[in-house]
Write a protein that binds this ligand. Structure first.
Ligand code: NAP
Length: 255
């Protein structure tokens, strides 16, 4: 039963947890199963966020929905201050940078600067800003950061240059931050999903065909399978694991 697990009483922020069929909502549920109180961050899906909050509260933990746009310069400071206010707490234990966007498959010549900026703001700058703003409040030792990457960063894919570059940047940011955060007792890792059945999934696209060809397990993953890896990395059991990339991608490798 929630409230009694390894994360009992801890405060977790999960960004982009506002779509009931999304990876973020599954992560929120998995952390709540371990007893964590959850901030359900959203950008535009207010009703979805409220629905996820209800689900979490019915599990016996505290939950609140907080809005913040990843494109805003105050993304991190707003989300952190609203979290401290919502739970009347002075500490944050777990951050999961899950919110992310892709743009429709586009060749190099057709990439708009505004699309480049939107993807990098959501997938790289916002995670940085949130960690930066949360750092004074992150539990030391014991704090946990999990960034949601993508296995596309490992392989690359034409027409997905911007998205794959942003996830590659997130990976390198994670490795660099691990060196600075480690001595404080804070771990930071990446979970890198392969194709997962959510709104973002591109089922039927050439990317999917190619991915399915090189995956050992030839199916889409589930949001739960991603969430389980995040839940473990957020737990005390994973306290000696940092700066790592955990693929949850059916064993996809280079073609
Ligand atoms: P999704 O269903 O499309 O949900 C994306 C989430 O990001 C939503 O909660 C959305 O919030 C939030 N978001 C979008 N734009 C935002 C903005 N400007 N500011 C703040 N939040 C914003 O995505 P998903 O498939 O669950 O993906 C979650 C993560 O997994 C992403 O980082 C994605 O890159 C990664 N991933 C997914 C797959 C896959 O196959 N699905 C594969 C590899 C990696 P609102 O709805 O409230 O706007």
């Amino acid at each position: 039963m929630a409230g009694q697990g390894q994360l009992s009483g801890k405060t977790a922020i999960v960004t982009g947890a506002s779509r009931p069929n999304g990876i973020g909502a599954a992560i929120a549920v998995a952390l709540a199963e371990q007893g964590a109180n959850i901030i359900v961050h959203y950008a535009s899906s207010e009703q979805g966020a409220k629905d996820v909050v209800k689900t979490l509260q019915s599990m016996g933990v505290k939950a609140a929905a907080i809005q913040a746009d990843a494109g805003s310069a105050d993304f991190g400071t707003k989300l952190v201050q609203d979290t401290l206010d919502a739970f009347q707490t002075s500490t944050i234990d777990i951050i999961v940078n899950n919110a992310g966007i892709n743009i429709p498959s586009t060749g190099i010549a057709d990439v708009e600067l505004s699309a480049w900026d939107a993807v990098f703001h959501s997938n790289v700058r916002a995670p940085f800003l949130l960690i930066q703003a949360a750092l004074p409040y992150l539990t030391k030792p014991g704090g946990r950061v999990v960034n949601i990457g993508s296995n596309i960063a490992k392989m690359g894919h034409q027409m997905l240059t911007v998205y794959s570059a942003s996830k590659g940047a997130l990976n390198t940011m994670t490795v660099s931050m691990a060196q600075e955060l480690g001595p404080m007792g804070i771990t930071i890792n990446v979970v890198a999903p392969g194709p997962i059945a959510t709104d973002m999934a591109m089922k039927g696209s050439p990317v999917y065909d190619k991915l399915f060809g090189i995956m050992h397990i030839k199916r889409e993953g589930t949001t739960r399978e991603v969430a389980s890896a995040v839940s473990w990395l957020a737990s005390p059991d994973a306290g000696f694991v940092t700066g790592q990339l955990i693929p949850v991608d059916g064993g996809a490798g280079w073609p």
